[in-house]
Design a protein around this ligand. Structure first.
Ligand code: PTJ
Length: 255
């Protein structure tokens, strides 16, 4: 990895960027993944590169929905595999969430490389790579339509990080509960998910795992209360306000 000085004011952001660049070199990330990352970085800047209160609320509600689910699945694409492989390993070991590779830019080779990469990071069973287990989600146009019979096809709850809009809408239509992780609160994914975590996935994952572990010890009443008390639209408005205030503050300072 390129030498990034810890005292550099943008060192954290540069380290994340470097992970993506390495992921591209290793054939995990698609070239379009770099553009997607750049878009995310811009929104993260407006969040102050911090996990906000509304994001924390969405993470806790997402965790509650995962604990309540019978068949929870976490969908992994190229960017996600490069950014948080250790956390996906922990998620699969420490919770009941299944891990499935599902790519927008379809490539059998990349799918296999991602699955191996995840296995090297502790995921014992990676779904989504075997033809004999493949099924389709009707109406999805992209490569994402092919899913695993043992995973997303039967899942009641799916976590879709860094996702394009089409699939989220179709998953919702197919009565799946969708939890997205997306730094852009205006994206179609963010707008159509049941629970939208507007945060950088590198910050979200450790918090999500801890919340799942904590909520597994709680009563089903408590879990239901958390889910009932959450309104995604309102939560998205709060995050958008935080971004707007960052811009307003900057414009006043420049007066
Ligand atoms: O590996 P593949 O073929 O499945 O492709 C993966 C990408 C990400 C290229 C594909 O899903 C794609 O094109 O996604 P989009 O439509 O660019 O959407 C990605 C969303 O993720 C955008 O809204 C970004 O703002 C957001 N995003 C990017 N980086 C992060 C992020 N959200 C959270 N954490 C990030 N680190």
């Amino acid at each position: 990895m390129k030498d990034i000085q810890p005292e550099h004011p943008r060192s954290e952001s540069l380290k994340i960027r470097e992970k993506l660049a390495k992921g591209l070199e290793k054939g995990l990330v698609s070239p379009a993944g770099l553009a997607a990352h750049g878009r995310g970085e811009a929104f993260d800047y407006l969040l102050g590169e911090k996990t906000t209160q509304p994001a924390k609320k969405a993470i806790r509600t997402g965790a509650a929905s995962i604990v309540k689910a019978e068949e929870p699945v976490f969908s992994v694409n190229g960017n996600v595999s490069a950014l948080v492989p250790d956390e996906i390993g922990r998620l699969s070991k420490e919770t009941d969430v299944k891990i499935e590779v599902n790519l927008f830019h379809e490539s059998k080779e990349r799918e296999k490389r991602i699955a191996n990469h995840l296995k090297n990071h502790g995921v014992e069973k990676v779904l989504g790579t075997k033809k004999e287990h493949s099924a389709e989600i009707p109406e999805i146009q992209s490569g994402r339509k092919t899913v695993d019979k043992r995973g997303q096809k039967i899942a009641d709850t799916i976590v879709v990080p860094l996702e394009d809009g089409d699939r989220t809408e179709k998953l919702v239509k197919n009565e799946k509960k969708v939890i997205s992780i997306d730094l852009n609160p205006l994206s179609r994914t963010a707008q159509s998910s049941h629970i939208t975590i507007v945060d950088n996935i590198v910050r979200t994952m450790p918090l999500l795992i801890e919340e799942i572990k904590d909520l597994r010890q709680q009563s089903s009443n408590k879990i239901n209360e958390i889910i009932k008390g959450y309104e995604n639209e309102k939560n998205l408005e709060k995050v958008t306000d935080i971004m707007l205030n960052t811009l307003k503050k900057e414009s006043k300072e420049g007066d």
